[in-house]
Design a protein around this ligand. Structure first.
Ligand code: AMP
Length: 216
């Protein structure tokens, strides 16, 4: 299965993408995670990407298109993959399509997690991430047992720099301007988009998603 997971920031792509990856035994490639790792390690890619990420803007298309092209060449991606957070612009979708076509591959599913704006702001502003193991919590509806401490590994929890309120607003604006048009693009040029209601508990949303892909 070759799957693209679309949705605004805070829609639950990471959480649902992880579950899907586990259930379908597929690698999940999240451009946001790959870029954050590059920033942490201050690689040339990370240094280039950092200022855009800190500002809540998109990293330029050619950088992420190249990144994903490389990632999809990994041997473990040959049998299938889940792309999370990519594409985010029409140019990226076109770049992905060109990469796949050159290799004779077609996407099997484009899944869209739909969540209303007020809920997104609540989720993003309340999100806390473990600095050690990456587990994600939310102070409003999935808090850790002890504030600021990871249940799983005892690591310290932090708010992502780009989850600060002003940057959240900027990211949502960027989403509406640049990523939302993708829904129409896929409706015309790619496989149809399957829309899933992303509000509800994690298992409920996953139950809907898994119905749409053929890897039960
Ligand atoms: P995410 O973790 O998916 O919310 O991504 C965090 C940040 O990484 C975004 O706000 C962008 O700055 C950058 N980023 C992630 N994926 C992409 C992409 N496909 N295109 C451009 N920038 C991206």
């Amino acid at each position: 299965m070759k799957i693209v997971l679309l949705g605004p920031p805070g829609a639950g792509k990471g959480t649902q993408g992880d579950l899907l990856a586990e259930r379908c035994d597929l690698p999940r490639y999240a451009t946001g995670d790959i870029l954050r790792e590059a920033v942490r390690e201050q690689t040339p890619l990370g240094r280039e990407a950092q200022r855009f990420m800190d500002a809540g803007e998109l990293v330029p298309d050619e950088i992420v298109i190249d990144l994903v092209r490389d990632v999809l060449q990994r041997p473990e991606a040959a049998a299938g993959f889940i792309l999370d957070g990519f594409p985010r612009t029409v140019a990226q979708a076109e770049g992905l399509q060109a990469t796949l076509e050159a290799r004779g591959i077609e996407l099997d599913a484009v899944l869209y997690l739909d969540v209303p704006e007020e809920e997104l702001v609540r989720r993003l502003a309340g999100r806390r991430v473990c600095t050690v193991c990456g587990t994600v919590y939310n102070v409003h509806f999935d808090p850790p047992q002890n504030a600021g401490v990871c249940d799983r590994c005892g690591g310290e929890l932090e708010t992502r720099d780009d989850d600060q309120e002003e940057t959240v607003r900027k990211r949502l604006h960027v989403y509406h301007e640049q990523t939302e048009p993708l829904l129409d693009w896929y409706a015309g040029d790619g496989p149809p988009v399957s829309k899933v209601d992303g509000v509800g508990d994690v298992e409920e949303v996953f139950g809907e998603l898994i119905e749409l892909v053929d890897c039960r």
